[in-house]
Design a protein around this ligand. Structure first.
Ligand SMILES: [Zn+2]
Ligand SMILES: [Zn+2]
Length: 142
């Protein structure tokens, strides 16, 4: 009985991560909670946390930390993220580091490395356009 209820709750949480992630979003637990509550108003935040944790363990979803906050990822496959410093947008990047770079990191740390996922910070195309158009406007000479 308990197992069945857990399965239903887990599925509702998985669907919330996938529907939020469909637009490229990397929702926080609070975002997932808000989404899931539309369909399952009785679900508690603690249940959502437990379900998220179980789904990460089962590799149904991914988890990454951005500015020290756990963010959930509809894609469980290892990938990198680019994060906009201006608006906080997060996008997925599926690309591997050159094997030589991984070998150097492995040698430098004495770790046997099998996967990597890196967060890069910068400025997204939208914010670049905004800042360059702002820069293009001549400063008022009063
Ligand atoms: Zn931006
Ligand atoms: Zn991602």
């Amino acid at each position: 009985m308990k197992r069945t209820r857990n399965t239903v709750q887990r599925r509702a949480v998985l669907e919330a991560v996938r529907s939020l992630g469909a637009s490229g979003a990397h929702p926080t637990a609070a975002d997932v909670f808000a989404e899931v509550r539309c369909h399952c108003p009785h679900l508690s935040l603690a249940t959502v946390y437990r379900a998220l944790h179980a789904l990460v363990e089962q590799r149904e979803i991914g988890e990454t930390r951005i500015e020290n906050v756990a963010r959930y990822d509809a894609s469980p496959d290892p990938h990198h993220h680019v994060i906009c410093r201006s608006c906080g947008a997060v996008a997925d990047v599926f690309a591997s580091l050159p094997p030589l770079a991984v070998r150097r990191l492995s040698e430098a740390s004495s770790f046997a490395l099998d996967t990597h996922a890196i967060n890069f910070n910068g400025t997204c195309p939208g914010c670049q356009a905004t800042s360059s158009s702002a820069a293009a406007v001549p400063a008022s000479a009063a």
